[in-house]
Every structure is written in C-alpha cells, then in structure tokens.
Design a protein around this ligand. Structure first.
Ligand code: SF4
Length: 98
C-alpha cells in the first residue's frame, strides 16, 4: 500500500512534450484497475497535475454530446461529475471518447 501511495504522489516530471504525461497517467490509472478514481484525483490535486483550459473545455464539449451524460453534469458510466473530472490531466473517459 505504501509503495502504491508513493507511486501516486511521485514528483511531477517535465512532461512538456505530452507523451510522458500520457504514459504516466496510464500507469497511474492502471494501478487503480484502469479507471481514473477519486484516489487518482486526490493525488493529482496534490501534485497540481491539471489539464489546460483548452483541454478541459474540449473534454466537456465531448461529454455534452455523449449519450451517457445525465442532468448536464453526471456521467452514467463512471459516476463522475464531468466538469470536475475533466480538470485533471491524467483523467480519461472510460470509453475513450477523450
Ligand atoms: S466521460 Fe465519456 S462516457 Fe462519460 S459523459 Fe463524458 S464522454 Fe460520455
């Protein structure tokens, strides 16, 4: 458990090219069964690992057109509030729409 927490809280590296960020996010997500969980979100909040405003808005725009969005904010698949989930750089849609 301790190594898992240490892995989640590992210092953020320079990922300006984007590829490393995607790989690291996938590795962190894999540690929680391939899903982006509340634990991932908590760790990313501590690390300051947030998506850019453009990325966040593009994700929300995708969700707004999705058949699984309920009440304008809640994903029926993952149960997340999409406007919050979209803020995290390492988050992803469970059916790979973003
Ligand atoms: S997270 Fe994915 S499945 Fe959920 S509402 Fe957004 S696009 Fe649809």
């Amino acid at each position: 458990m301790l190594s898992y927490v240490q892995k989640l809280l590992a210092p953020k590296r320079d990922t300006s090219c984007g590829d490393c960020a995607a790989r690291e996010a996938a590795a962190r997500s894999a540690a929680t069964g391939g899903k982006y969980t509340l634990l991932n979100a908590a760790a990313d909040t501590l690390r300051g690992d947030f998506a850019t405003e453009e990325v966040r808005q593009a994700r929300i725009d995708t969700c707004k057109k999705c058949e699984y969005l309920a009440m304008g904010s809640n994903c029926k698949l993952c149960g997340c509030f999409v406007h919050i989930k979209a803020r995290y750089a390492g988050a992803s849609c469970d059916i790979n729409k973003w």
